[in-house]
Design a protein around this ligand. Structure first.
Ligand SMILES: [Zn+2]
Length: 263
C-alpha cells in the first residue's frame, strides 16, 4: 500500500512539473513574428525562444555546405524558413493537416518546432529543419536540370510544366529517403517494424513506412555505390536501371539483404 502511495505522489510531482514548465513557457515565449538572418537563411519564428531560433540558425548554417556538396547542388539563393510554435499555427499558415514540415519551392520551407508541450511524440526540430532544407536542395537541382528540357521563357508556364513533371516522375521514395538520410532520421526499432512489412520501393511511394525505413535505402546505396551515386540518381529522377545498371528487383533484393544483416 505504501508503495502505491509513493508512486502516486511521484506521478503527481511529474505532472505538476510538466504543467508548471508548460505554463512558464507559454507566458515567457513571444507570440509575435520575429526574424533572424544569417548568411544563407532568413528565419521567421513565432512561439519559440530567441535562443532556440539561434540554435536553429547555427545548425542550418553548419550543415549547409555538407548537404549541398553531398547532392551536388548548384547555385542556391537565400532560403526563407518559417518556424511555428504549434501544429495549429502551422496548419493554418500552410493549409496542411498531416505534416509537421513542408518545402515551398527551392527557397522556402515551413515546420513546427515540436517539443513535449505541443506534441505527444515530438520529433527533433533541428532534424525536421534539415529534412525540409534537403527537400529545397533537391528541388533546386531538379529545377536547374529541367531548364535543359523545358525551354519556355515564361516563368509561370515553366513552373506549371515543372510541377507536373515533378509530381508524375520524381519518385516519393527517393524524395523522402534523401531528406531523411541527410537529416539523420533513423532508429533501429522503427526500421525493424517497417522491415517486417516487406514493402517494395513502388509501395513505399504510397506508404508512411518510408519515414521509418527511408534512411536505410540511402545508407545501402551510398555504402555500395559511393556518395557520387546520389546526385546521379536525383538527375535521373530515381531511375535505378539507368544509374546502377541493375533492375529495381535486384536492387530491392540487395537492400533487403543489407537490412537483414544490419538491422
Ligand atoms: Zn519530407
Amino acid at each position: 500500500m505504501r508503495k502505491y502511495k509513493l508512486l502516486i505522489i511521484l506521478l503527481g510531482i511529474i505532472i505538476g512539473v510538466f504543467y508548471v514548465t508548460r505554463t512558464i513557457r507559454t507566458f515567457t515565449v513571444k507570440h509575435k513574428a520575429q526574424t533572424l538572418e544569417s548568411e544563407h537563411f532568413i528565419i521567421s519564428y513565432d512561439g519559440i525562444y530567441k535562443s532556440e531560433a539561434e540554435k536553429l540558425s547555427e545548425h542550418l548554417e553548419s550543415n549547409y555546405a555538407e548537404i549541398r556538396t553531398n547532392l551536388k547542388d548548384v547555385k542556391h539563393g537565400v532560403i526563407k524558413v518559417f518556424v511555428y510554435g504549434s501544429q495549429y499555427k502551422f496548419n493554418v499558415a500552410t493549409g496542411l493537416e498531416n505534416a509537421n514540415g513542408t518545402s515551398r519551392g527551392p527557397n522556402e520551407f515551413h515546420f513546427v518546432w515540436t517539443n513535449w508541450f505541443n506534441s505527444i511524440f515530438p520529433d527533433d526540430p533541428l532534424k525536421t529543419a534539415l529534412h525540409e532544407f534537403t527537400h529545397c536542395v533537391q528541388l533546386n537541382i531538379l529545377i536547374n536540370k529541367a531548364k535543359e528540357t523545358i525551354t519556355i521563357q515564361n516563368r509561370t508556364e515553366f513552373d506549371k510544366q515543372f510541377d507536373k513533371k515533378f509530381a508524375t516522375e520524381y519518385p516519393r521514395w527517393l524524395w523522402e529517403s534523401i531528406s531523411i538520410f541527410e537529416a539523420g532520421e533513423v532508429n533501429s526499432l522503427s526500421v525493424k517494424y517497417a522491415k517486417s512489412k516487406n514493402l517494395t520501393l513502388a509501395e513505399l511511394n504510397h506508404s508512411n513506412q518510408i519515414y521509418n525505413i527511408g534512411y536505410t535505402i540511402i545508407e545501402y546505396l551510398t555504402q555500395k555505390w559511393g556518395n557520387d551515386i546520389l546526385p546521379k540518381l536525383i538527375a535521373s529522377f530515381g531511375n535505378i536501371e539507368k544509374t546502377l545498371n541493375i533492375s529495381t528487383k535486384e536492387f530491392e533484393k540487395g537492400w533487403i539483404a543489407f537490412l537483414e544483416e544490419k538491422y
